[in-house]
Design a protein around this ligand. Sequence first.
Ligand code: 3UK
Length: 546
Amino acid sequence: MATSAHVDTFARDHLPPPSALPEFRFDRPELQLPERLNVATELLDRWVAQGQGERIAVIGEHDGQPFAWTYAELQQRANRIAHVLVRRLGLVAGNRVLLRGANTPMMAACWFGVIKAGGIAVGSMPLLRERELQPLVDKARVTHALCDARLADALQALRADRPQLAQLLFFNGDGGAGSLEAEMAAQPTDFATVDTAADDTALIAFTSGTTGVPKGTMHFHRDVIAGCRCWPPHVLRASAEDRFIGSPPLAFTFGLGGLLMFPLSIGASTVLLEKVSPDALLTAIERHRASVCFTAPTSYRAMALALADASPRPDLTSLRKCVSAGEALPAATRALWKQATGIELIDGIGSTELFHIFISADEAHARPGATGLPVPGYVATVLDEQGRELPHGQVGRLAVKGPTGCKYLADDRQASYVQGGWNLTGDAYLIDDDGQFVYQARTDDMIISGGYNIAGPEVESALLLHPAVAECGVVGVADEARGQIVKAFVVLKPGHAGDDALAKDLQDFCKQTIAPYKYPRAIEFRGSLPRTETGKLQRFRLRTEG
Ligand code: 3UK
């Protein structure tokens, strides 16, 4: 093992014991990584050193006006931030720096500034309030924070009884005295990136999990680089000429990988947007002539529906690759997006624990209703309750191994995510005859009604084929006779009335589309559905509210 560069050993001291780690596999030539590795050297410094510093790295918008920073400009900003952290805020390698803000070029510069200084980046979703931020700050024992001035409130409140958070600077405000920008101006533009070990922790990402105390997942420098070498070159296959765009926050590893690590790993450009409703994303794709898009399935569906009514229709001819992750992609949504744009979606399942996508299908291997095949570098299977591999066609627990894997920060739940060397994602899957992995449901979300196992997402996929349905969520609700019954929450497209006749029509439609016993015995029409900031349906809320 290479010597750690971390002076503050908090991360290493709170890794799971070796016996609780999953098996790591580095059995491909591109995964033979050096003992010393820093993500910023690989993704940022390298391009400047190779004379590519004038290429555009990040694009943002200020007051509606686009602006761009080259790789050299992004590097210089990151270097100045690294100096501010070390010289002004007293950071030592291994300290944890909370990063708080929407996706902006400054946020990207802060991320690299932390990494260059040997710090550990701790992302936080922009919408989190004080009460939700507090467990992250305490659990990761955050020592410093860089925060968008427009999100100052929650942090200011926490700071009162946490002396360590005195090490806090704000950016994207007026840039006046005491701001991060003003501090940066006083620092030089060069900085020697800290020579971290490949297994020094680079980031702690908190799960977007909807229940319980958030889990911090630790990712080494090597995990991020391995992530850049598996799914992107084998499935996405973007090039240096591509311009990436999308909605997931950089605090979510789907966004961090898709909108920052992956484009920069190939010398491409990325558009970082603060406001990313489906309508805003459509307009931004046109304005920036973006070519690779990352967002959640519901966002593709909303964009496709908006395109059907849009006049004038935004010009999306620049777009060539569209990635869907975060939730299962219903076949109806895949078909709608293809109809609207001509583009076959690239579906992929990833998780915060494994950093990014590990099962996926490129355009040529896409199969409606299936997620795809294990990404080169990963192996996957389906296990029964005892941990035995199940034959194809049988539903069981998805299990994955590869170069990345679950490393929870001081958390007993490590033992439920990692069993027998496998990462168990909590998803019920089956493998079909072609070896394609077919998503069923979260294992906790399987509905058991009258003795039958029913996967809510399958019922949702059926309902989404109905012309009146915009969005829907299907859960099990308690029922005296059947234990549970299938209940659908349905958002209608404009011009449809949620009455008994339509409810009956939707039920009949389901009975004709999937096995009749799965049809929703209860239907409730809603104006919208509860979702996380990462686009996931909050089923537990539907269950309790329903
Ligand atoms: C679900 C999917 C079916 C699945 C993520 C891409 O979503 C990400 O990370 P999270 O930790 O959630 C993980 C869970 O989300 N899921 C994600 N993608 C799919 N289910 N089909 C999909 N395509 O339950 C999984 O266990 O929030 C996704 C890259 C990085 C990520 N962190």
